[in-house]
Design a protein around this ligand. Structure first.
Ligand SMILES: [Zn+2]
Length: 386
């Protein structure tokens, strides 16, 4: 029998992880930690999920560990003694305020100790299963896989019988959307109801006493966008109606993307791709480019064209007769400037690319993609072929 020890925070990642382990047939010991978090209501949600699962004969050994006497010494906006949790997008620098020093090291240490105790008492191997995921790597240094590899190594060095305990990180390469998709599969396999599971979770770091939040902190926004991305309404209650909460989150996300593009692109690239501008003919970097290679979207790196699709149209902009078969370039009717044209945009990031006309080479279907160099990132193909 497979045995797992995990932390159940009452948030959506660890709740999804618990379902994942039950689906995979693990016997699970779940530990919830009271570390003086402002969102202490998450512990009630965790207990409520355990109760709900019991109704379906899915029995989980659940403990709540109280760490508050130690963490009272810590400084963090996430803790009851800390200042307000900042609003806005997760990746902004101010979100560093929500780091609790050494939090995951403490949790991992206690999980490891529990796992080792189970392993020696029952003479079995035990996995410490962690919900670490790619979305968190960028923000929290103690969510990085190399940190957990180092911890596992250190704990193995410092304990007898450590060969019976290992770390498992099933969500390592998943983001929030991937985790929710995994949860949908688990819910189906276990015969549960998705909304009943996730209304027993909470993600906000600063909810009111009923567990409702404005949906504007980084963790809220991430959660709201993930539910929206899988085509569902978040089943938990917010202070505002779901439509408003979602619109706020989308706006925060748009603003964040726009800031990223402003940082990443030149003024011309930004103007062309994000404001549907046009570079002057015969001025761009690639109108006369003849080297073999690939052309990707300057904003999101999606592969759009290759040099074999390019031809010399004499118009002063890079011209292609075909798009890459996986580019899925979007076509939009464009009636601006008193003309009737078909605008083309990147399907991944909505960057404006240019227009498509019907005066291309007949041998390839007769189309001409007239693309701004500023929308493209060319990579020369090197090696034997060139
Ligand atoms: Zn793109």
């Amino acid at each position: 029998m497979k045995t797992a020890v995990m932390a159940l925070s009452g948030g959506m990642d660890s709740s999804a992880l618990l379902l994942h382990l039950l689906r995979e047939g693990y016997t699970v010991t779940a530990i919830s930690f009271n570390y003086g978090q402002k969102h202490i209501i998450e512990l009630e949600r965790a207990a409520s999920l355990i109760e709900y699962l019991r109704e379906y004969n899915l029995n989980v050994i659940h403990h709540t560990a109280d760490l508050t006497s130690a963490t009272a010494l810590f400084s963090s906006h996430l803790l009851q003694q800390g200042a307000d949790v900042p609003k806005g997008h997760y990746e902004e620098a101010n979100m560093k305020a929500t780091v609790v020093p050494n939090r995951n090291a403490m949790f991992a240490s206690l999980l490891y100790g529990t796992a080792l105790s189970i392993a020696t008492t029952h003479e079995t191997s035990v996995e410490v299963v962690l919900g670490v995921h790619s979305g968190d790597h960028a923000i929290y240094p103690d969510c990085r896989p190399e940190f957990y590899r180092a911890l596992e190594h250190a704990f193995a060095l410092g304990n007898w019988d450590s060969e019976h305990v290992s770390f498992t990180l099933p969500y390592l390469d998943k983001d929030k959307i991937g985790i929710l998709n995994d949860a949908q599969q688990s819910v189906q396999a276990l015969g549960l109801d998705f909304d009943s599971v996730f209304k027993r979770t909470i993600t906000s770091y600063q909810p009111d006493e009923m567990g409702r939040s404005e949906g504007t902190t980084g963790s809220d926004v991430e959660r709201i966008l993930a539910f929206n991305a899988i085509g569902r309404k978040d089943p938990i209650e917010y202070i505002l109606p779901w439509e408003d909460v979602l619109e706020n989150a989308l706006q925060i996300e748009r603003k964040h993307r726009e800031n990223q593009y402003k940082e990443q692109l030149t003024e011309l690239q930004y103007h062309v791709t994000r404001e549907a501008g046009t570079e002057r003919a015969f001025t761009g970097a690639y109108w006369n480019e003849k080297r073999p290679g690939t052309y990707r979207c300057i904003c999101c790196s999606e592969l759009l064209f290759t040099s074999t699709m390019k031809f010399d149209s004499g118009c002063g902009w890079p011209s292609f007769h075909t798009e890459h078969k996986e580019a899925n370039i979007v076509r939009i009717e464009d009636l601006s400037h008193g003309m009737h044209r078909i605008e083309v945009r990147c399907s991944t990031c909505d960057a404006h690319l240019g227009h498509v006309f019907n005066d291309g080479p007949a041998a390839y279907g007769g189309e001409r993609y007239c693309i701004n160099s500023a929308s493209l990132d060319f990579e020369e193909e090197t090696g034997d072929e060139s």
